[in-house]
Design a protein around this ligand. Structure first.
Ligand SMILES: Cc1cc2nc3c(=O)[nH]c(=O)nc-3n(C[C@H](O)[C@H](O)[C@H](O)COP(=O)(O)OP(=O)(O)OC[C@H]3O[C@@H](n4cnc5c(N)ncnc54)[C@H](O)[C@@H]3O)c2cc1C
Ligand code: SF4
Length: 327
């Protein structure tokens, strides 16, 4: 079992208000007024200003120092790693982005966290978060319907309901969907390079993918979800937000995680029973979109790689057959 040697994030103690909220949610579901995905697990996100401040202080004091070296990595047994898990508190307005940034800066100035980690964290907050906010107000009103890759397959049931434990054998997907089911949260890289990457490879409708992210994540707000899903993760806006699609095969996941060691598939194999669905899916995605992507200079190398594949037809046929079935 591999975990970072770090203090746990700050966890709240549930109180009478949590019990009341649970009761209300259960009643709404029973009466057919609402339906939810995921497990009914303990609340982990701050719900008050005091709780949010405690969670921020714990992160900055005990975990921020490890943020930089690990921010893009994934470990099967350590969903939180060195991430702050503060996005729900920020989006609810329980924390001000600048207060998080100032506290991180203070940690650097007082010598408790190294520059690489502090810079990495600050870049997420005043770089990515603010950029995404601006993109949301900049894009046209019909951005949600953009679908430049003409991806129109429905999300399969096993993905939509987060019921991966029984059906899915691909270790990365199974592990990430199970984490999401338990907490309503996974960090940025599983969102982008496992869940979204798979959705884009399989040609699932970006509008449905956006709606699913809204339903499944505790930090989902339209302004932050829409550009991240439609633009960054599905390339459905034709490159308005990101210069190339975030598509990757199993080699990337293998390099950035410990998922592949325990998987029935092999990230190096493209065809046959042990063919990794991400690796084969990556080539099938390129094949399907080769014409659309041929004018993108950043895609010239991957497309040249596709042209050189000796088993190109077999890969494409295999992945057409796999389609959206649970891998
Ligand atoms: C497909 C997809 C959907 C996403 N949907 C959401 C969403 O609905 N709500 C949400 O808050 N974030 C979303 N993100 C961004 C990011 O994944 C989460 O903010 C982050 O994982 C939250 O965990 P954390 O607080 O531990 O972040 P940390 O890794 O500790 O980062 C610090 C903070 O930086 C900000 N941040 C980092 N990256 C982004 C980004 N791409 N966009 C906006 N803020 C960012 C967050 O406020 C976060 O709390 C999405 C990313 C992807 C790829
Ligand atoms: S081999 Fe492929 S499917 Fe299995 S964990 Fe690695 S990337 Fe995921």
């Amino acid at each position: 079992m591999r975990k970072l040697d770090l203090a746990e994030p700050w966890w709240p103690a549930e109180d009478d208000i949590d019990a009341q909220v649970r009761e209300d949610l259960d009643r709404w579901e029973r009466d057919g007024h609402a339906s939810f995905v995921g497990a009914d697990a303990a609340r982990w996100a701050p719900a008050t200003r005091w709780e949010a401040q405690a969670a921020l202080a714990q992160f900055v004091e005990h975990r921020l120092a490890a943020f930089g070296p690990h921010e893009d990595a994934m470990l099967a047994e350590d969903p939180w790693m060195a991430h702050s898990a503060l996005s729900p508190a920020l989006n609810l307005g329980l924390l001000h982005p600048l207060e998080c940034v100032r506290m991180a800066e203070d940690a650097y100035r007082s010598g408790t966290a190294p520059l690489a980690s502090v810079e990495g964290y600050i870049r997420q907050v005043i770089g990515w978060r603010e950029y995404i906010w601006s993109i949301y107000w900049h894009v046209p009103a019909d951005y949600r319907q953009h679908n430049s890759m003409q991806a129109d397959h429905d999300l399969p049931e096993w993905f939509r309901t987060l019921d991966a434990a029984e059906e899915v054998t691909a270790n990365c997907l199974k592990s990430v969907l199970t984490d999401l089911r338990e907490r309503g949260w996974v960090h940025h890289i599983p969102r982008l390079m496992v869940l979204s990457n798979y959705a884009m490879q399989r040609g699932w409708s970006p509008e449905q993918v956006t709606a699913w992210f809204h339903e499944a994540f505790v930090d989902g707000y339209d302004w932050v979800m829409l550009p991240n899903v439609v633009g960054m993760s599905q390339h459905a806006d034709g490159g308005l937000m990101a210069t190339k699609p975030y598509a990757a095969g199993g080699a990337y996941i293998n390099r950035m995680s410990d998922y592949c060691g325990g998987c029935v598939y092999d990230p190096k194999v493209r065809v046959g029973p042990s063919a990794c669905p991400f690796t084969a899916g990556y080539w099938a995605f390129l094949e399907r979109n080769a014409d659309r992507l041929s004018g993108n200079r950043r895609m010239l190398q991957p497309l040249a790689g596709l042209a050189r594949l000796t088993d190109r037809e077999a890969v494409v046929e295999q992945e057409q057959q796999r389609g959206s079935a649970a891998p």
